[in-house]
Design a protein around this ligand. Structure first.
Ligand SMILES: [Zn+2]
Length: 241
């Protein structure tokens, strides 16, 4: 266990280096992610609007066809009206003409409504497209910035990653698992060095007997106050018993 704990302390040092490299990127990775999402959302919006526009154009064409056929029918009916021979026939055709005129008026209303819709959708697409282009340009810029930062720290980062793998290999899985879990929970350090009977993480005093046990590093002991793994390390090296 002693070796495990001392390796764990080393691992933490490496993890802190890795974290500070990550931090040099600032919130650029999040900015890039946000931009990507915004672009995806707008693209979807634009596609849907275009699909609706296409559908409206189709409907408009159909409506126009209907309107033409109604107008043709009206024309025929009016011609028929000149040739009627009885009042009954006259009334019947007049009724038909009325109903056809109603259909035409309805169809014209529909057409007008659809033309307005088409215009609205067209405007929406015209507004969305340049917005997307602008955001995409912004994304390229942010990506470049981020890549520059990554390039600068890449070598160092890879070196620490290598060290991390090597150190991790020396630590037993359950200990490593506990370390990762605590680290995730606390968001920073999972291992605390004790000094003068106090936890180096939260500075809570540790009972003398427990401090003695921590110093032997023969088992995994957690700080009762902050939950960090307690170790006794002097500088780089573990202090010998
Ligand atoms: Zn503590």
């Amino acid at each position: 266990m002693r070796a495990n704990l001392s390796e764990l302390f080393k691992l933490q040092t490496v993890d802190q280096e890795l974290q500070s490299i990550e931090e040099t990127k600032g919130d650029l990775p999040q900015q890039v992610e946000r931009l990507k999402k915004e672009i995806d959302d707008l693209k979807l919006d634009c596609e849907n609007t275009k699909a609706e526009l296409l559908e409206t154009k189709k409907q408009l064409a159909l409506n126009e066809g209907d309107l033409n056929s109604f107008q043709d029918k009206l024309k025929l009916l009016k011609e028929k009206l000149y040739a009627v021979t009885s009042n009954k026939e006259y009334d019947a055709i007049t009724t038909e003409i009325d109903s056809m005129q109603e259909k035409i008026s309805e169809s014209e209303d529909n057409t007008l409504e659809m033309i307005e819709k088409e215009e609205t959708l067209n405007t929406a697409v015209e507004e969305l497209e340049p917005k997307i282009v602008l955001l995409e340009e912004g994304l390229i810029q942010k990506n470049e910035e981020l890549n520059k930062k990554i390039t600068v720290t890449e070598k160092e980062y890879e070196e620490f990653k290598k060290q991390r793998n090597e150190i991790s290999a020396n630590i037993k899985r359950p200990v490593l698992y506990q370390y990762e879990r605590i680290r995730k929970g606390l968001g920073n350090t999972a291992v605390a060095n004790i000094s003068s009977y106090a936890c180096g993480g939260c500075f809570t005093t540790i009972p003398a007997q427990k401090a003695v046990e921590v110093r032997t590093m023969s088992e995994l002991i957690l700080c009762e106050s902050c939950g960090r793994i307690l170790v006794y390390v002097n500088g780089e090296e573990v202090v010998p018993n």
